[in-house]
Ligand binder design. Structure first.
Ligand code: ATP
Length: 295
C-alpha cells in the first residue's frame, strides 16, 4: 500500500514557483528520502501534504485519503517535525509535551518518558533555558509521542550534535521497525544515504529522479581514479559517453562513469598506468551528476 501519493502536485506563490507537477509515492514501511538544495521545494511539498497550504493544482493522498478533504483525521496519524521549532518559552518541557499529548486520544506518558530518555532530554527544564539542540529534541519528542503511523521530518537534524544525530537515527529506525513509515527531507546527502531506502531528488520545484539508494550507489555508477606513467591527452576519456566530472591533474585522471565498464577498461588497456582505483561514488557525487546534467 502507498502511504503517500502525490499526483502532479503544483504550488504557485502568486507568480513565483513553489513546486511544479511533483509526483512520487511512499510505500508503507519505507524510509523515504527527499533531497534537494535550499529553495528546491521540499518544505512546500511537506506543507502541502500537511494541508498547511493548499495546492494550485494536482492532488495528494495520505493513507489513501485526499490531504485537503480529510486533513483533520489524517493529521492524527502523522508525526511532524518542522525545520524550525518555536515555543512558548515560559513553559516547562513536560508541560508542553503533556499539552501536545492532550490532542490525542491515548495515554502518551510512557512514550514521552521513553523518548526523552533516549534523546537525553531533561523534562523538568524551562524551554527558555534550553539550547537550540535541546529545543530540537523537544520537537522530536513532540512529533513522536503519539506513536504516529507516518513520520514527516523537514530537515530534522539541524542543531543536533553528531552523537544526538546518531541517537535520533536509531530512534527513527526503531519506530520504522515497529511499523512507522518515514518521509525524511534533507539537503545533507550522507544522512539520507545512511537512513533511507529510496529517495526523490528535487531541483527547482521539479522531481529530477526517484531511485533506490542502493541502485544510485551501487548499480549504475563507478568512480575511477587512474594514475598514468606519463601524461596522456585530456581527450582520452572526455569523449567517452558516460564519463562525468572528469578531472585531469598532471598524471592523475578521475571521473564518475555510468555505462558499460568494458569501454573504460579498453581505454585503460591502451595506456601504461601506475595505479588504478575503482570505487562506489557516494551520493553527493552522484547527485552532482544529476544537477550538472539537468542544468
Ligand atoms: N510563502 C512564500 N511566498 C513566496 N514564495 C515562497 C514562499 N515559501 C516558499 N517560497 C518559494 O518557493 C520555493 C520553494 O521553497 P521551499 O521553502 O519549499 O524550498 P526548500 O527546498 O524547503 O528549501 P529550504 O530548505 O531553504 O526551506 C522557493 O523558491 C521559495 O522562495
Amino acid at each position: 500500500m502507498n502511504v503517500i501519493e502525490l499526483n502532479n502536485l503544483t504550488k504557485m506563490y502568486g507568480k513565483a514557483r513553489g513546486i511544479t507537477e511533483v509526483s512520487f509515492h511512499v510505500e508503507e514501511g519505507e524510509i523515504f528520502g527527499f533531497i534537494g538544495p535550499n529553495g528546491a521545494g521540499k518544505s512546500t511539498t511537506i506543507r502541502l501534504l500537511l494541508s498547511l497550504i493548499y495546492p494550485t493544482s494536482g492532488s495528494a493522498t495520505i493513507f489513501g485519503k485526499d490531504v485537503v478533504k480529510h486533513a483533520p483525521e489524517i493529521k492524527k496519524e502523522i508525526g511532524y517535525l518542522p525545520s524550525e521549532v518555536f515555543y512558548y518559552d515560559n513553559m516547562k518541557v513536560i508541560d508542553l509535551l503533556k499539552y501536545s499529548a492532550s490532542f490525542y486520544k491515548k495515554d502518551c506518558a510512557k512514550k514521552i518518558k521513553e523518548l526523552a530518555e533516549m534523546m537525553e532530554l531533561d523534562l523538568t527544564r524551562k524551554i527558555d533555558d534550553l539550547s537550540l539542540g535541546n529545543k530540537k529534541k523537544v520537537g522530536i519528542v513532540q512529533g513522536l509521542l503519539h506513536e504516529p503511523k507516518l513520520i514527516i521530518l523537514d530537515e530534522p537534524t539541524s542543531g543536533l550534535d553528531p552523537l544526538m544525530q546518531q541517537r535520533f537515527f536509531e530512534l527513527l529506525e526503531n519506530e520504522n521497525q515497529k511499523g512507522a513509515t518515514i518521509l525524511f527531507s534533507s539537503h545533507i546527502l550522507s544522512e539520507v544515504q545512511r537512513l533511507c531506502d529510496r529517495v526523490a531528488i528535487i531541483k527547482e520545484g521539479k522531481i529530477v529522479q526517484v531511485e533506490k539508494i542502493r541502485t544510485l550507489k551501487e548499480n549504475n555508477y563507478k568512480k575511477f581514479k587512474i594514475e598514468t606513467v606519463s601524461k596522456v591527452p585530456d581527450e582520452l576519456f572526455s569523449r567517452l559517453p558516460g564519463v562525468n566530472q572528469l578531472e585531469v591533474k598532471g598524471k592523475t585522471i578521475s571521473f564518475i562513469f555510468r555505462g558499460n565498464i568494458n569501454h573504460i577498461m579498453q581505454k585503460i588497456a591502451g595506456i601504461e598506468i601506475a595505479n588504478l582505483w575503482v570505487e562506489e561514488p557516494d551520493l553527493e557525487e552522484i547527485f552532482m551528476h544529476f544537477y550538472q546534467r539537468e542544468a
